[in-house]
Ligand binder design. Structure first.
Ligand SMILES: [Mn+2]
Length: 318
């Protein structure tokens, strides 16, 4: 990977303008890795960067450093094609959304990702699916390039790691810890960063609490199913991770399902398991994901999706 990073620096040295983007509806890693790398490049090289996003940025990420530097793709008029495009944390080209056009028009495309990707679009790919977050790869770039890193960058990288690992629950190897140790030495304050993300509208938190309180328990409490209706969906901040976490704390619960009515007849489905794999259920519903955290977007009614998922659990796991 280090050789590819050196190649990356060669490309940056020959570029004047760089566009960066992550995946649509950015999460902490996608948003903060993009901002951190853009800032690092401007700090260390003679380049101008533009950061683009599509979809919504969760309220919990409103106060991350340099948040204002990322712009909604439709509000940026691109006159000259960029010398370099950097696409990060995207996993699959369909997840890029609106910024794809600016990326495709760039003279050279580089990707930096920790997802398994069947259709990479980069002409240079700095990919590592053992990294717990894209930010872990960005930190390696700082080390290889001996780059200057300021406190804002350190804070952004730490936020990316904290969010993508669920505060270190989902690490894949030890690097996330050693990077975090270096960031602490560089001056970050973990408690303040976690506090900074406590920034949700009252309605969002109340919705999460109510959704958990009204969830339905099946199969002797081994499966819990929570639903968010269309009229409440607009108040949901992020993907509903808090509801899933809360329900997963209950004694005897093994599987957690969250159904989100995004539009009439379009249901966002999130499934979590505390032990056994459940991604086959997400696949059967037309989606996918990790062994114990998976999901899908299903075109059907809330009631039908609920029934189909419960039936799959009945057949498969319970
Ligand atoms: Mn990520």
């Amino acid at each position: 990977m280090d050789e590819k990073i050196l190649e990356f620096f060669e490309k940056v040295k020959n570029a004047k303008t760089i566009v960066l983007a992550g995946h649509k509806n950015p999460d902490g890693d996608s948003l903060c890795s993009v901002l951190a790398l853009a800032h690092l490049l401007e700090l260390n090289f003679d380049v101008e960067t533009v950061c683009l996003y599509d979809g919504n940025i969760p309220d919990s990420l409103d106060n991350v450093p340099l948040r204002k530097r990322i712009r909604y793709y439709e509000r940026v008029e691109i006159v000259d094609d960029f010398d370099l495009a950097i696409v990060m944390d995207y996993g699959n080209p369909v997840h890029i959304g609106g910024p794809r056009n600016a990326i495709d028009r760039a003279k050279f495309i580089i990707e930096i990702d920790h997802h398994k990707n069947d259709a990479p679009i980069g002409q240079l790919c700095i990919d590592d699916d053992m990294a717990a977050a894209t930010a872990v790869i960005v930190y390696r770039m700082i080390q290889v390039g001996n780059l200057k890193m300021d406190l804002q960058t350190a804070n952004l990288l730490a936020l990316a790691i904290l969010t993508d690992t669920g505060n270190f629950k989902f690490v894949r190897d030890s690097r996330a810890f050693s990077v975090m140790a270096d960031l602490v030495d560089a001056g970050i304050n973990v408690r303040n960063l976690i506090e900074l993300m406590n920034n949700k509208p009252r309605k969002a938190v109340q919705l999460e609490a109510r959704t958990a309180a009204e969830a339905e328990f099946l199969f002797n409490g081994r499966l819990v199913v929570a639903t968010i209706s269309k009229k409440d969906y607009k108040h949901l901040d992020g993907r509903g991770e808090i509801v899933l976490n809360l329900l997963g704390q209950i004694q005897g619960v093994e599987y957690i399902v969250l159904l989100k009515e995004q539009k009439p007849d379009q249901i966002g489905l999130s499934i979590r398991s505390r032990k056994n794999p459940i991604n086959q259920i997400a696949v059967a519903m037309g989606g996918g994901g990790h062994e114990r955290a998976a999901g899908a977007v299903v075109r059907d009614t809330l009631e039908n999706v609920r029934k189909r998922v419960v039936d799959l659990f009945k057949k498969d796991a319970l």
